[in-house]
Design a protein around this ligand. Structure first.
Ligand code: TYD
Ligand code: MG
Length: 461
């Protein structure tokens, strides 16, 4: 029987939805103008005729398996190792996403150099830069691993062949969007290509038992270009973030099958590549102006580590009919909610005020423990009275204005104590008895009104 010619199909580049004709809006994920014509051909991920790539597996009792923490491979950059949950797990696939120019290639080259050391072999495949460009960067970074090999290649089949001959312990692919498999006619970077190449690479990693790092581009909306399903396929997703004009870079775990998410690693971009910042609290507080209203220090726990972050608020009378509400580094919805709590529970009228909230240093704070910090910063700016600079503030705030306890209070207090803070405003009634830290006074409050009375005496709601 003659083979059927490939038939065009329209595939949503955001979610992978397939339609026989072009549509302006994806019926599945609702994205606009995201359908692109691709040709349908059999894929390894969906075709039964392709034989399995590895030996057949047979079930074994779970209790008989051994897995040790020492099996993790550490690169010696503690900020990187910790974000992965203590090192790289053999056979895992790690996706590193980030804006162009943020330093993904730099980070991967430095990490690969350290992972390889003297004995191990690493292969860095770039589809973005020439060997000469890679060499220029390597010279700046002082790359010294003798077995760190580089190649410029974008065809997946050639890369797999190369891996077979070279046998690297570590493989870096820069980037997943430049790769293509010759079995699909779609363009590199299209959803079909990304899905198929990622699928084959995951298989490769599991079969060989060696880790693979994939670099991915981020779209304007801030997600890794290509489908969300790329994130589902890999074991670990890291985002490399930072603000333009700032040297600080934050490595954030978004997903990790082998460790905690929300883990943070902090780096600084220098003339000779990325440098670790092992004490980020000092860094984030270094530019704080001590006596100005609207500034509050919150001890956050991102992943497994406490970090002190300055939360700033600015409240000014608005000349607009619809006052501005802006939040950076904290959830804008959360800020609206806390403003409503302040209005209703303590009678601060924000109605005709422009309102800005910012987490300094370019961090993004996701835990509810910052609630009380945001409340304190807003009230401080509104009342034009500074929060005492040696005071830490943390706690979750509920809709009735009550202040609730948050986890890891001890860890937060300890970090604050280490950096010389003398007072901590927190919720009442912690389940576990908090230890005392010499010179650090705990001020426990039940609700927002009590918190403001403590911070700004003789405040009355
Ligand atoms: P790069 O790793 O190429 O970013 P990405 O792969 O995410 O696109 O980093 C590019 C930026 O980093 C570039 O603006 C120059 C800067 N940089 C330094 O400041 N110092 C260095 O040692 C290196 C290698 C790059
Ligand atoms: Mg790059």
């Amino acid at each position: 029987m003659a083979e059927k010619p490939p038939r065009p199909i329209f595939v949503c580049q955001s979610c992978g939805y397939r339609a026989p004709k072009w549509l302006g809006k994806c019926p599945d994920c609702g994205a606009w103008n995201s359908l692109v014509e691709e040709l349908v051909v059999p894929m390894a991920s969906g075709n039964r005729e392709i034989p399995p790539a590895g030996p057949e597996s047979s079930p074994v009792p779970l209790v008989s398996l051994t897995a040790r923490a020492e099996d993790r491979l550490s690169c010696g950059l503690s900020e990187f190792d910790r974000t992965l949950g203590g090192g790289v797990v053999p056979g895992s696939v790690i996706l590193l996403g980030g804006d162009p120019g943020i330093g993904k290639s730099t980070l991967m080259l430095q990490v690969l150099d350290r992972l390889c050391g003297k004995e191990r072999r690493g292969l860095y495949v770039s589809g973005e830069e020439s060997s000469a460009q890679l060499k220029l960067r390597a010279d700046r970074l002082g790359i010294s691993a003798p077995e760190l090999l580089v190649a410029t290649e974008t065809c997946l089949e050639n890369i797999i062949k190369m891996v077979g001959t070279v046998g690297p312990d570590y493989l870096v692919l820069d980037s997943i969007q430049t790769l293509y498999t010759a079995t699909l006619p779609a363009a590199p970077g299209s959803i079909s290509q990304v899905r198929e190449t990622a699928f084959r690479l995951v298989q490769l990693a599991k079969r060989r038992g060696h880790p693979i790092f994939l670099i991915g581009h981020v779209t304007k909306e801030g997600a890794i270009a290509g489908p969300k399903l790329l994130e589902h396929m890999v074991d670990t997703v890291l985002y490399f973030e930072g603000e333009r004009g700032h040297a600080f870079r934050i490595l954030r775990t978004v997903k990790n099958r082998f460790g905690a998410t929300h883990e943070l690693g902090v780096f600084e971009m220098s003339e000779a590549g990325l440098r670790e910042v092992t004490n980020p609290s000092e860094l984030f507080l270094s530019e704080r102006s001590l006596e100005s209203p609207g500034s509050v220090v919150v001890p956050c726990v991102e992943g497994s580590r406490p970090i002190l972050v300055e939360v700033q608020a600015l409240v000014t009378p608005s000349s607009l009919a619809l006052p501005r509400r802006q939040a950076m580094g904290v959830d804008p919805g959360r800020v609206s909610l806390l403003v409503a709590v302040l209005e209703k529970r303590v009678g601060l009228a924000f109605g005709s005020q422009d309102l800005f909230v910012n987490a300094a240093g370019g961090v993004r704070l996701t835990e509810p423990a910052v609630d009380l910090g945001i409340i304190a910063a807003l009230a401080s700016s509104f009342l034009d009275r500074p929060v005492p600079p040696d005071t830490l503030v943390f706690g979750e705030v509920g809709l009735t204005g009550e202040v609730r306890g948050v986890g890891q209070a001890e860890m937060r207090l300890k970090e604050g104590h280490k950096l010389g803070f003398r007072r901590a405003l927190l919720s009442r009634g912690h389940q576990v008895r908090l230890p005392t830290f010499p010179g650090l006074e705990l001020q426990e409050v039940a609700d927002v009104a009590a918190a403001l009375r403590t911070l700004f005496p003789p405040f009355k709601s």
